[in-house]
Design a protein around this ligand. Structure first.
Ligand SMILES: [Zn+2]
Length: 260
């Protein structure tokens, strides 16, 4: 009985969708959820969307079914969402033990990187030391590309935005490959970060305390076929506490000036 009901329902769904013509509308920004089409075969296209995907390292090893585990997830994800919103993410979604944020405009990799760096610092300096049972560590991936979006599901609460294209997928895969407290960036996103206007703050570390600054980025030739990238980059060395804060706000002010 159930099987027959399922078959009929699925056949109807397939027929409806196969026979419809999907229309695509260009947008300049990431729209509000209510503006994203649900029931009609229509989707929105947005160029230069950056996804920063951040999650917890080794959370599957946090086997403790305890109050403490609940608190770790709660603090990790709430802090992450807060930081993404502060840096201007236009869309945020929670995925398992992490979350991703989407930013749109030509330089959208800039606020995405600043959000990831800020969260990494907070994770290392604040969150990590709060729990003895589990060393809370993050990793992140960043990618920029064109996306299509449509809401898929049922009317009411049972639907969600689906982001079609490489951006969210590649950012999630880069995050999963990144070692603890490391940020991986696709070659597409790196191209934005390496523009000369940001070079003063995004090419070399501040050099504290020794006075010798080093390259911020390590380049990797991609050999993971599922990544569909030529190269990716890791933010390796970093700025000291003092310059970290200063640099992030300087980068953001160049970004805001350039993009308003
Ligand atoms: Zn410094």
């Amino acid at each position: 009985m159930e099987l027959q009901e399922c078959e009929e329902a699925i056949n109807n769904i397939i027929e409806d969708i196969i026979n419809s013509k999907v229309t695509i509308q260009n947008m300049n920004n990431i729209p509000e959820s209510e503006e994203i089409p649900l029931e009609i075969p229509h989707c929105l296209k947005i160029e230069d969307v950056t996804c920063v995907f951040v999650d917890m390292v080794n959370s599957t090893k946090m086997s403790l079914v305890s109050e403490e585990s609940v608190k770790i997830y709660d603090i990790f994800i709430k802090s992450l969402v807060k930081i993404l919103v502060i840096y201007g993410a236009e869309y945020v979604d929670i995925k398992g033990d992490g979350a991703f944020g989407l930013f749109s405009n030509k330089d959208s990799a800039i606020p995405a990187l600043c959000a990831a760096v800020t969260f990494r610092t907070i994770c290392e300096k604040v969150i990590q030391n709060k729990f003895d049972v589990f060393p809370v560590k993050m990793h992140a991936g960043i990618d920029t590309d064109t996306v299509l979006v449509k809401r898929i599901g049922l009317r009411g609460d049972r639907n969600n935005e689906v982001w079609i294209g490489k951006t969210v997928n590649i950012a999630a895969k880069l995050a999963s490959l990144a070692p603890e407290n490391t940020i991986y960036v696709s070659d597409r996103a790196y191209k934005i970060l390496s523009q000369s206007v940001y070079e003063k703050y995004l090419k070399y570390s501040c050099g504290c305390p020794s006075g010798t600054s080093s390259q911020l980025w390590a380049e990797y030739i991609n050999n993971h076929p599922f990544l569909m990238l030529e190269k990716y980059y890791a933010l390796q060395s970093c700025w000291c506490d003092k310059h970290g804060k200063e640099y992030c706000s300087k980068i953001m002010s160049i970004y805001k000036k350039k993009n308003t």
